[in-house]
Design a protein around this ligand. Sequence first.
Ligand SMILES: [Fe+2]
Length: 162
Amino acid sequence: MPVDLASPHAVKPLSPNALRAIVRDLAERPEEWIHRVRLAHADRWYERLVAADDHEVWLISWLPGQSTGFHDHGGARGAFTVALGELEELALAGPDHGLTVRRLASGAHRAFGPQYLHDVRNTSTGPAVTLHAYSPPLSTMSRYELRAGGLVRTAVEGPEQW
Ligand SMILES: [Fe+2]
C-alpha cells in the first residue's frame, strides 16, 4: 500500500533556487537584520531570523579564522549569500573531481541540494556576515573529516548542539 505523501502534515520543501532568492532578497534589506549582528571570539555567532514550517533563515557572523568544518545539512536543501566581507568554500566536486575551492566575495551566493557537503571558512583578514536558508528546517547535521580516502563522518549533531 503506497504511503500517503499528500497528508496535510507533509510540507513540500522549497527548491535551492527559491532559497537563494530568499537570502538574496534579505541581503538587500540590511535594515531588517544588521542591528542583530554580533561577533564572538569563541565560535561563529548565529541567530535564527525566520522559523517557518517549510524553511528557516539564519544570520551568521565569522571572524577571521572561524570555519564550519566539513558538514552536511541532514538532507535539507540550502542556500547562502555573503552579505558583508568575504569567505572561502571547500566542496567536493564529485567522486573523481577532487576538492573545489571558491572565493565568495560580498554579494556571492550558493545554493545546494540535499546531499551537499562543504566547509565554509573565513580566510580573510576581516569579519564576514552571511544569510542562510534551509528547507526543510535543519533537524540534524553530520560532521566530516577529510582523510586520504575522502570524507569520513565523525559526528551527528541535533539542534541542541547549535
Ligand atoms: Fe553548510
